[in-house]
Design a protein around this ligand. Structure first.
Ligand SMILES: [Zn+2]
Length: 184
């Protein structure tokens, strides 16, 4: 019976019994191929090429798994940001005064015109009548311009968030692909 020496697997750390006639072997726990190195009285284990590659893969795997977790969190927060953005846009659009404001101005002008009509001064009635229409048209133009600006800002903001989301998704796909490759 050969004298066996106990060493730890350099890949998985499992306890291995090395006998004197062993040159190369595969770890019974992780399967990594190893070479037994004897220098004078010391014996050590060295991983062979594919095992080194496997250790490297293990490092890449951990990095990829961490990246996947981080990217999923980023994706979730970007989706939340998009939701908040859309509800904010909807709120601002609902608040952008439209027909109601113009209607109020028109009726106010109509009341003033009617009140002036009782004074029997046709010039004042005419001025009030024209002013009502001019104010309504200017207000309508202003509201339309505000809405256009709002829509433009919303489109740009939306594109920006979607672009960032697409970038995270593409990074995530790459990392997941990396993990799939390592599994095979
Ligand atoms: Zn091992």
């Amino acid at each position: 019976m050969d004298r066996a020496i106990s060493l730890n697997c350099p890949n998985c750390g499992a306890n291995l019994n090395i006998t004197s006639e062993m040159e190369t072997f595969a770890c019974g726990f992780c399967g990594s191929r190893q070479i037994v190195q004897r220098h004078g009285g010391t014996i050590s284990l060295k991983l062979l090429g594919d095992a080194i590659a496997r250790v490297q893969v293990g490092t890449d795997r951990t990095a990829a798994e961490l990246a996947v977790r981080r990217l999923r969190e980023e994706l979730a927060s970007t989706e939340l940001e998009l939701q908040e953005f859309e509800s904010n846009v909807a709120y601002r659009e609902a608040n952008a005064a439209g027909c109601g404001t113009i209607g109020c101005l028109f009726f106010l002008g109509w009341f003033v015109t009617a009140a002036l009509a009782s004074t029997n001064n046709p010039v004042l009635v005419l001025i009030s009548f024209v002013a009502t229409f001019v104010i309504c048209i200017i207000t309508a133009a202003q509201i339309s311009s505000n809405r256009k600006t709002l829509r433009k800002t919303a489109t740009e903001g939306r594109q920006d968030i979607h672009a960032r989301k697409a970038m995270i998704e593409s990074e995530l796909r790459e990392e997941l692909q990396l993990l799939t490759n390592h599994r095979n």
